[in-house]
Design a protein around this ligand. Structure first.
Ligand code: ADP
Ligand code: MG
Length: 438
């Protein structure tokens, strides 16, 4: 029982990666075991934080197994390291390394057709940072998993021990802006710049926030260039495709397109059900499959609101000691049920046509005259006229400022195509069906 740590080290090695083991566990030394505390020597304070945060629970579980009782872990800084140690603490405080939400992992991310591309791109970046897709630009609507994926990249890299935690930074564009403002105010621009430019990986969330903020964009531009030139990985999320962010510098938009742009679409019913099932399992909520389908069919697209519904229904059922049924969902959550037969809007039409023909929003609004883009654009204009009360002029405006004659021409064109091409006709009818049954 003298050196309990040496006894459990092989077990730890079998659980975590070899790299992590060598870096973080091997250097730990056993000091003492007394008063229900296990004293473990660590080289420095940074080590202590890192080990306790990431491996603390593994170590204490294994200690408990071996000793058959709960012991507290006390990390002790090794004396000979102490002098150098002080310096490091200061450095850490300045660098303020990023925290990642452990729940937002790849394992917890349910993959469906709507997000599989983005998920694969993030995985590729995690296994090969700076080398495959740089920058990686992820865009998609609210609550569809962008922040989750950014955190998953961070968690992956840290758990695999492939990155120095001080050299990975997750920051929202909003915080980036606030810190920039403070740095200007307190004349700390040098620090601000250095902080980001020494990163190996920069994960920046919700970049659309800096739209219209010239100084922030300029600063970000230089950070971007420095990192990019040094082959450091940059991952950016946004609620829009780069071209569609308004009041955004051209040079930044074009840089975002240098690497890979991946979108996250609204989830289909099956993916929603899979997500609900997974969350229910995590939260220990007993969710029958038919209720999962009911919630999935009737809720909005945002996965955040899907989760919210599940948690509320679960709480209600547990408080009232009743099983979860579709009726319970209907009774308690009336307001979340999506309005049926909602009016069809131009945006809905454009979105559907884009996904049907796999073109982007900016393509459909552009003036590009390639057939693969022109036809979806004309279909969308045709449907806009057919399914809404919009005038030719307002439809033209919606499609990047085309005049009414162009719109009319498009409509005529599609009308005649439908009459001669059977397959084309059924594609258009499929879109109409889908829009009407939303
Ligand atoms: P966004 O940043 O795009 O607005 P978030 O990443 O914050 O969205 O996601 C909102 C919530 O939905 C989070 O709790 C997240 O864990 C969850 N979520 C999103 N996509 C998935 C998915 N594919 N699988 C599981 N949970 C998901
Ligand atoms: Mg987010």
């Amino acid at each position: 029982m003298s050196d309990i740590l040496t006894q459990i080290k092989p077990k730890i090695a079998s659980i975590i990666s070899e790299d992590s083991f060598k870096t973080w566990i091997e250097p730990l030394s056993f000091i003492d075991l007394k008063d229900k505390s296990c004293f473990i020597g660590v080289p420095n304070a940074f080590f202590r934080e890192w080990v306790s945060e990431n491996f603390g629970s593994i170590i204490s579980t294994l200690l408990k197994d071996a000793l058959k009782e709960d012991v507290k872990i006390e990390y002790v800084l090794k004396k000979d390291e102490k002098a150098g140690e002080k310096k490091r603490v200061v450095v850490i405080k300045q660098s303020n390394y990023s925290q990642f939400n452990p729940k937002y992992s790849f394992e917890n991310f349910v993959v469906g057709s709507s997000n599989q591309f983005a998920n694969a791109a993030c995985l590729a970046v995690s296994t090969n940072p700076g080398k495959t897709y740089n920058p990686l630009f992820i865009y998609g609507g609210v609550g569809l998993g962008k922040t989750h994926l950014l955190n998953a990249i961070g968690n992956f890299l840290l758990n695999h021990g492939t990155i120095n935690p001080e050299r990975i930074c997750y920051i929202t564009a909003e915080t980036f802006t606030n810190e920039l403002i403070n740095s200007i105010r307190y004349e700390k621009m040098e620090d601000f710049r250095n902080r980001f430019r020494k990163m190996d990986i920069l994960l920046i969330d919700d970049i659309q926030f800096i739209a219209g903020k010239e100084r922030t964009q300029a600063e970000f531009f230089h950070t971007f260039n420095t990192l990019y030139d040094n082959m450091k990985q940059i991952v950016v999320t946004s609620d829009k495709f780069p071209r569609d962010i308004e009041n955004f510098e051209e040079r930044l938009k074009s840089r975002f397109e240098w690497g890979l742009v991946a979108d996250i679409q609204s989830p289909d019913i099956e993916t929603k059900v899979a997500i609900l099932n997974k969350k229910a399992e995590q939260e220990k909520i007993n969710l029958p499959l038919d209720v999962a389908f009911f919630i999935a069919t009737n809720s909005e697209d945002s996965i955040r609101s899907l989760e919210g519904t599940l948690i509320r229904v679960g709480a209600y059922a547990s408080l009232n000691n009743t099983p979860i049924t579709s009726d319970l969902v209907k009774d308690t959550m009336g307001h979340i049920i999506k309005e049926k037969n909602k009016e069809i809007t131009l945006d809905m039409i454009i979105k559907d046509v884009c996904s049907q023909f796999s073109v982007t929003l900016s393509d459909i609004k552009s003036n590009k005259r390639i057939k693969s883009i022109m036809i979806p654009r004309q279909v969308a204009m045709y449907l806009s006229r057919k399914l809404t009360d919009s005038s030719l002029v307002s439809i033209g405006e919606k499609f990047g400022g085309k005049d009414h004659a162009t719109v009319l021409h498009s409509i005529k064109k599609i009308e005649s195509e439908i009459n001669v091409k059977k397959e084309f006709k059924s594609t258009v009818e499929k879109i109409i069906q889908r829009l009407k049954s939303r």
